[in-house]
Design a protein around this ligand. Structure first.
Ligand code: NAD
Ligand code: DAU
Length: 366
């Protein structure tokens, strides 16, 4: 049994789906169901006894403590966070509350649980049946944004780069990473931290660049490119992020940090052009013109980081993980997924996924 937090969001729901597709080990999924949490992502697990969904806040130590005591998971994987940089600029408070204070309360509840786990004489291996003090893991899912912004000539972020977060979002994630590190150093809590680059793929909320461009293009709306569109991100298909987390959970060295990335540095404008070209091929505009016609340059994001790039050599060298998808294969699958799942998009945009949750999980919709 593992406890996943934030498992109704974009990456968390992909992680839960992949986990249960590959193993019979049950998952307790603790999620507050903010605007970003959508149980429709997990519709295929609705009647699956291996998935136990609990609506709750990682900052509520009594809820977390009860779940840990009742289910005795051998690991906690912490995805729960406020994740959108633009929202953190407009209203940072929720980011401080969940990403920093919430992570702190989660760590406290986990520490209390872990300290009381049995410690059998022979020790316990990772992945063994019951949770033991030796086998337990707390895996914290973080971001490359904590390292700040690179110039065009800088080498990619290594795990040893200093933290230089620039947005309220990245500062709050950086603070949570420091707390996780401190709980290992001070209390010996068996932690692992991953810092990943930009994900894309199914169930990505259409406030983020790639899904926003796909859904706006199809709706005939402008495709808003911030500033000159030459900011660079390092893109990773979400299923590859999930496989990296499974790999770190199974083989990662306690207290270590692992950078995860796709070796896919792309300028935003190139991403938008690629999405337009795929849509031109797969669902051409009625007037026969390219979706590129909808590109609109808009005011830049304040404090916009120019470039992120991940050096993912450590996880490859030490744990043998490499991404499976190329950007070309991953972006094609993603565009096709949005074309095939227009109902999901409509439900998210209209907010009717809240009614869907009420109907299918009585009492859960906010
Ligand atoms: P998301 O916004 O899609 O999902 C976040 C989930 O957390 C939602 O289901 C939400 O309901 C839940 N949540 C929020 N506050 C909560 C709280 N207080 N208690 C319990 N649940 C809460 O985010 P995502 O893109 O899936 O990101 C997941 C994690 O991965 C985050 O920690 C993020 O910082 C990190 N990350 C994201 C990316 C990316 O490209 N999306 C890249 C690297 C790291
Ligand atoms: O690097 C990892 C991070 O990637 C994660 O930690 C964050 O949770 C995740 O949201 C993402 O942050 P970004 O700010 O990089 O992602 P976003 O999709 O918001 O923006 C990607 C780039 O595209 C960024 O340079 C801003 C730009 N952009 C974004 C939007 C939404 C646009 O030009 N237009 C837009 O409309």
């Amino acid at each position: 049994m593992i406890l996943v937090t934030g498992g109704a969001g974009f990456i968390g729901s992909n992680f839960v789906l992949d986990w249960l597709a590959q193993s019979d080990e049950s998952v307790i999924n603790l999620d507050k169901l903010t605007y970003a949490g959508n149980l429709e992502n997990l519709a295929t697990l609705k009647d699956d006894p291996r998935h136990i969904f609990v609506r709750g806040d990682i900052g509520d130590a009594s809820v977390v403590g009860k779940l840990l005591a009742e289910h005795r998971p051998r690991a906690v994987v912490n995805f729960a966070a406020e994740s959108h940089v633009d929202r953190s600029i407009h209203g940072p408070e929720d980011f401080i509350q969940t990403n920093i204070v919430g992570t702190f309360h989660l760590l406290e509840a986990v520490r209390a649980y872990w300290q009381n786990l049995p410690s059998p004489a022979g020790g316990g291996g990772v992945g063994g049946e019951g949770a033991t003090k030796e086998s337990f893991r707390f895996l914290h899912v973080s971001t490359d944004e904590v390292y700040g912004s690179l110039s065009a000539q800088d080498p990619a972020f290594k795990e040893t780069n200093r933290y230089e977060p620039n947005s309220p979002y990245s500062a709050s994630k950086a603070a949570s990473d420091h707390l996780v590190r401190a709980y290992h150093h001070t209390y010996g809590l068996p932690v692992l931290t991953t810092n990943c680059s930009n994900n894309y793929g199914p169930y990505h909320f259409p406030e983020k660049l790639i899904p926003l461009m796909i859904v706006n293009a199809l709706a005939g709306k402008p495709l808003p490119v911030y500033g000159d569109g030459q900011q660079i991100r390092d893109w990773l298909y979400v299923k590859d992020h999930c496989s990296a987390i499974r790999c770190v959970l199974a083989k990662g060295k306690l207290g270590e940090v692992y950078n995860i990335g796709g070796w896919n540095e792309k300028a935003n404008l190139d991403i938008v052009h690629t999405v337009c070209a795929l849509l031109d091929e797969l669902r051409s505009r009625a007037d026969g013109k390219s979706y590129r016609e909808q590109i609109t340059f808009v005011t830049d994001r304040p404090g916009h980081d120019r470039r992120y790039a991940i050096d993912a050599h450590k996880i490859e060298r030490e744990l043998g993980w490499k991404p499976f998808e190329t950007f070309e294969s991953g972006i094609r699958k993603t565009v096709q997924w949005y074309l095939d799942n227009q109902d999901w998009v409509r439900n998210v945009q209209s907010g009717s996924y809240r009614q869907w949750m009420e109907k299918n999980y009585v009492g859960l919709a906010g």
